[in-house]
Design a protein around this ligand. Structure first.
Ligand SMILES: Nc1ncnc2c1ncn2[C@@H]1O[C@H](COP(=O)(O)OP(=O)(O)O)[C@@H](O)[C@H]1O
Ligand SMILES: [Mg+2]
Length: 269
């Protein structure tokens, strides 16, 4: 049975998934995922490349008709992928508001909301630009604006910072934190970057062999610093769960200033 429900999530829950399975040919990629998380909660999903993170995210997004199990998610949900997926023939503003007309929002109101959201992500003045003129970071900001302008109850992020350089990624982390604090959507962030997960999420999950093998609350005081002993301990625990030998991978905790972008982010290659 496949049941991707929209309306029937309990009031305080954003996501309820039970025994979610997905098989491609002979390969069972998701082998019974159970997960519940609440409104406004920020959850990160870690896993090695090919472990099924995107498959699970697509299942929650309602983009996969071949998934089995029971999935209950809110009606208003948005997805941001690693590539911005902006339509090249439409202006940045038109890209942002494209989905709104289907929600019964008038053109004028949509454009006003779109402009406000572009300002919010730091893209004011770029409304009439063509997507191809944007940098990678700006394009992802536009994709975030497009996702948030619909006021999603669930925001699904599939490695949205994966293709960005280290400095841009640091800025995007700050932006996502700020937007989450302001709009409070439930977030599922798929990433293979351990530090990114610990920096941003309330709770971190690890997907191993098709099941959630670790589900852990992030208990690191704010602002979260990579040098914090709690951060270091959690990073070590997550890397171990992912089967990464910290010393061999050069994942020593950085000793540099927190504001200095570092390539040593605990990312799995
Ligand atoms: N549409 C598909 N058809 C066949 N195999 C797929 C399909 N989508 C994903 N897979 C396989 O499922 C596994 C998990 O993929 P994915 O969810 O993209 O992993 P991740 O996002 O964790 O890197 C991979 O082995 C991938 O090749
Ligand atoms: Mg993926």
């Amino acid at each position: 049975m496949s049941a991707v429900g929209s309306a029937a999530v309990a009031a305080e829950l954003a996501v309820s998934a039970r025994d979610v399975r997905r098989t491609f040919g002979e390969r069972e990629v998701l082998r019974g995922i159970d997960l519940r998380f609440g409104r406004g909660e920020f959850v990160a999903l870690l896993g090695r490349s090919g472990s099924g993170k995107s498959t699970f995210l697509r299942a929650l997004a309602g983009l996969d008709s071949g998934v089995e199990g029971e999935i209950r998610v809110p009606k208003r949900r948005s997805v941001v992928f690693q590539d911005a997926r902006l339509l090249p023939w439409a202006s940045v503003l038109d890209n942002v508001v494209l989905g709104l007309s289907g929600q019964g929002v008038s053109g004028k109101t949509a454009k006003e909301s779109g402009r406000a959201m572009l300002a919010e992500v730091g893209l004011d003045g770029h409304e009439h630009d063509w997507p191809k003129t944007l940098s990678g970071g700006e394009a992802q900001r536009a994709a975030l604006a497009r996702a948030l302008v619909r006021d999603p109850q669930l925001l699904l992020l599939d490695e949205p910072f994966g293709a960005l350089d280290a400095l841009t990624r640091v800025r995007m982390h700050a932006l996502v934190q700020q937007l989450h604090a302001r709009y409070r959507p439930a977030v599922l962030l798929v990433t293979h970057d351990v530090d990114e997960a610990v920096l941003l999420a309330d709770r971190v999950l690890v997907l191993t062999e098709g099941v959630i093998s670790l589900d852990i609350t992030v208990d690191v005081s704010s602002p979260r610093l990579r040098s914090d002993p709690g951060f270091i301990a959690l990073r070590a625990q997550l890397l171990a769960e992912l089967g990464v030998d910290e010393s061999a991978e050069g994942n020593h905790p950085p000793t540099t200033n927190e504001n200095t972008p570092t390539t040593n982010t605990g990312a799995l290659q």
